[in-house]
Design a protein around this ligand. Structure first.
Ligand code: E4P
Length: 218
């Protein structure tokens, strides 16, 4: 399973990368705004700074919602760095834009996916990644993990190359359950990745090992 970090914060991206387990980054317009990044040139420079930290897979989202402007923006974003994956919303013109950009050899991530039907469209259009938002479904009392399970099964039935990128992950159990189901990628905040480290038996076990070592070595 690939781990992406869902943030535009450079320090958090560096910290996750330094841990040695990071495969990519997802951003969205809200995350960019949270970092105070505004203006076309600053946005591009920020994406470049992210690309300079990680090895691959930096999702950068288009703002346009019509086909012509989406593909123009997508092509501009893709020029920033070969690590860029153009993030396109699951709307009618978005599906067309995914098909177009894929044919140009530009990788895409179809975002804001909340149903299996939408995921089928994204795969048929040739998206590199599909991003079902599980936390936002859970928030409205739908089962986000069941959607991941459904999409994994459907893609498996037909051998679609699109990778299932479980998004809107809120806690470690979301991530572990996505791994059990067979999601290809999980994107989550830094806190979720680092929380995987924690177990009280690891802490008490290590304390005991070190105490026993020091007893005979001091
Ligand atoms: C994914 O690409 C999205 O940026 C993200 O996972 C959304 O998460 P949220 O529902 O916590 O905002």
């Amino acid at each position: 399973m690939k781990f992406f970090i869902d943030t535009a914060n450079l320090n958090e991206i560096r910290e996750a990368y330094d841990l040695g387990v990071l495969d990519g980054v997802t951003t969205n317009p809200s995350l960019m705004a949270k970092e105070g990044i505004k203006g076309e040139e600053n946005v591009k420079a920020h994406y470049k700074a992210i690309c300079d930290i990680v090895d691959n897979n930096v999702s950068a989202e288009v703002i346009a919602t019509d086909f012509d402007t989406m593909i123009k923006e997508g092509e501009e974003l893709a020029k920033i760095d070969e690590k860029i994956v153009v993030k396109i919303p699951m709307i009618r013109d978005g599906v067309k834009a995914i098909k177009y950009l894929t044919a140009q050899g530009i990788r895409t991530n179809c975002t804001l996916v909340f149903s299996a039907g939408q995921a089928i469209l994204a795969a048929k259009a040739g998206a590199s990644y599909v991003s079902p938002f599980i936390g936002r479904l859970d928030d409205i009392a739908y089962d986000g993990l069941s959607l991941i399970e459904q999409i994994v099964q459907i893609y498996d039935n037909y051998g679609y190359a699109t990778e299932v990128l479980a998004a809107s992950i809120r806690h470690t159990m979301h991530l572990v359950q996505c791994a059990e189901i067979g999601a290809d990628v999980a994107t989550c905040p830094l806190k979720v990745i680092t929380s995987l480290l924690n177990h009280p038996l690891t802490d008490s076990g290590l304390k005991q090992f070190l105490a026993d070592h020091h007893k005979v070595n001091s």
